[in-house]
Design a binder for this molecule. Sequence first.
Ligand SMILES: Nc1ncnc2c1ncn2[C@@H]1O[C@H](COP(=O)(O)OP(=O)(O)OP(=O)(O)O)[C@@H](O)[C@H]1O
Length: 254
Amino acid sequence: MILRNLDFGPLRAGSVTALLGSNAAGKSTLLRRMAGELRGAGKVEVVGQAVEAWPTYHCNRPAHVPQDISMMSSLRVFEAVLLASKQGSGWGVNDDEMDVVIRMLQTLGIQALADRELAALSGGQRQLVSIAQALVREPRVLLLDEPTSALDLQNQFEVLELLCQLARERSMCVVLAIHDINHALRFADHVVVLHQGRVEATGSPREVLTPGLMQKVYGVLTRLECCSQGYPFLVVDRSVRDRAELSKVEEAAV
Ligand SMILES: Nc1ncnc2c1ncn2[C@@H]1O[C@H](COP(=O)(O)OP(=O)(O)OP(=O)(O)O)[C@@H](O)[C@H]1O
């Protein structure tokens, strides 16, 4: 069993939740369970109904952007996003539906890629297209697995800002697994930290993401600083992988 006794939520409409934890903590597994792609014990509900009970293309069925995005297809970017927008609603296409796709490509800054084949895209471009495919469906719940892992710094910031903005505008519940603690501190309303198969901590990022938690969950010594915009960020001083060394650090801190 990968995850046990998980209990968190409800996750609010219009909010962004960051799912944190070290490698193999179970973040992707939890997202797949929340998306209704994995069966298991316990219950995941969307608007009071088990996630699996919502029809595949219903807006209450979460959209899931997985970590590994393979796009070995000869479809072009525009077609791929249009196809995603049409899921479950027949094959006819009108001008309004085309406009929605054009606007989505513009929003993500990938309009210049509209005619490119998916198979010819870079990793970061693929990541932006897969986010566009999920957003264009206008889901009530959007689950993203490390959505910025292939993006350059500017795209990381712009995509996370966009997700926050759309969460508020569309009353969408966004949950993203992410390794960058500073992105979680800056962009998330809520964090859930997984550790050893359980929820170690949950709450507001500033309350939860303390140097003490970083030491326990990630085995790193950190300190909190503040950027010129007033946002807190954690600086990692060093890793303490060795248990004996960690005990010494803990004793010295008492
Ligand atoms: N399809 C699978 N079959 C068997 N075990 C799996 C499968 N997928 C994941 N696991 C195992 O489940 C555990 C949790 O994996 P998961 O991918 O959920 O972690 P994660 O927190 O997303 O990790 P990372 O940060 O490295 O992406 C790992 O031990 C992994 O080996």
